[in-house]
Ligand binder design. Structure first.
Ligand code: NDP
Length: 355
């Protein structure tokens, strides 16, 4: 499958999100034109203004798709693009699920994903590659008691089963994980059924927890995206932290590296047909607190940073979940940010925002 031409136009759905804004930025910096899909004009305007200030007024445009679940929602916007990055999907754990079917999550996650692929089958004569943002949530098995290294061969079969069994009593995290698993499976199934009809192929990026500075429209701590909110709560806020939380395994990746992975996935021919885990590595929360406290001067001087239980880091650390990085190294070869680099950039970002 030919790769996307330099200077080609890339469609990015969920373009105003945390990871997507960085992806759009890197695409523009590398000479692509971008059409960002957002749900409302104000979200598009934020993006246009942001990228115009960086000199990309001509190269960036936005289009509104109010409801990604609607049949044919993407039919028009895919028409003249060379590649698609499908990133729109709900990501939070506060799901109230009165019907017990997780529809608020499953519909946009699954139908949104299959919908953009359907539109690409019908209308996207120029598209060479479609990249879908899945997650390590569709790879891992939750609730392990012994460490395991996961690879792209693994699927999270447990969360969809759990949600099916528990219905409205399912924990929010399980619903989110199930939504990612089902959406990714649906994407591969759809692609495999239609690949003889299309001139594009599919690549999937599977990141674990994503941290790092934000450039999307966040006006308050309350509107932080889910992963960065968790990071703030542990590393910055003075809320009490239990030993259990501080020891929790956090496989992670910097948001800028995640975005780069999405861009490389349209540039590297060998990424076609692959799901690719993109991770910096595994950690426990205490290591993030230690990293923050190792920075001198403190990049967020308005706060006395959390200290946690530093003795935890001096003992042997157990990472219950880690990921095989060999496919990413072979196909994309990203030089990932370290915990200290990501921590510094994130705290500096919070300081700029006056948090
Ligand atoms: P954000 O919440 O910042 O962005 C989510 C994007 O998806 C926003 O543009 C949002 O639009 C859009 N979206 C959410 N729900 C819907 C819906 N029902 N219909 C249409 N659009 C919707 O999250 P992230 O940037 O963190 O996540 C982006 C992608 O990356 C998601 O697919 C997520 O599952 C995946 N991911 C994230 C990880 C992380 O740690 N952050 C880890 C692994 C995967 P709007 O602003 O209008 O709500």
């Amino acid at each position: 499958m030919p790769t996307v031409p330099q200077g080609g136009k890339v469609l990015v759905s969920g373009a105003n999100g945390y990871i997507a804004m960085w992806t759009v930025k890197i695409l523009l910096e590398r000479g692509y034109r971008v059409r960002g899909i957002v749900r409302s004009a104000d979200k598009g305007k934020f993006m246009s203004d942001y990228f115009a200030k960086l000199g990309y007024a001509e190269a960036f445009e936005f289009a509104i798709v109010e409801d990604i679940v609607k049949e044919g929602a993407f039919d028009e916007v895919v028409k003249d693009v060379d590649a698609i990055e499908h990133m729109a999907s709900p990501f939070h754990f506060n799901v109230s699920d009165p019907q017990g079917k997780s529809l608020k999550f499953f519909k946009p996650a699954i139908q949104g994903t299959v919908g953009i692929l359907k539109s690409a089958v019908k209308n996207a004569a120029r598209v060479k590659r479609i990249v879908i943002t899945s997650s390590c949530a569709s790879v891992l098995t939750p609730g392990l008691s012994v460490p395991k290294v996961f690879s792209e061969n693994d699927w999270n079969e447990a969360s969809p089963k759990e949600v099916e069994e528990l219905g409205s009593k399912s924990p929010g995290a399980s619903i989110y994980r199930a939504s990612k698993t089902l959406a990714e499976k649906a994407a591969w199934e759809f692609y495999n059924q239609h690949k003889s009809q299309v001139h594009w192929d599919l690549a999937v990026i599977n990141p674990p927890f994503v941290f790092g500075p934000a450039i999307h429209d966040v006006t308050s701590l309350k509107s932080l995206n889910t992963s960065l909110q968790s990071w703030y709560d542990v590393v910055v806020s003075d809320s009490p932290k239990t030993k259990e939380v501080l020891l929790q395994t956090i496989a992670w990746v910097d948001v800028r590296d995640t975005a780069l992975a999405h861009v490389l996935a349209i540039e590297k021919e060998a990424a076609g047909g692959e799901r690719i885990i993109t991770t910096s590595g595994s950690s426990i929360w205490q290591e993030w607190i230690d990293a923050a406290n190792s920075l001198n001067p403190n990049p967020l001087p308005s706060h006395k940073l959390a200290v946690g239980l530093p003795e935890i880091s001096r003992g042997e650390k157990v990472y219950l979940i880690s990921y095989d990085k060999s496919k990413e190294e072979r196909l994309l070869g990203i030089k990932f940010n370290t915990i200290v680099e990501t921590t510094k950039a994130t705290l500096e970002d919070f300081a700029r925002r006056g948090w």
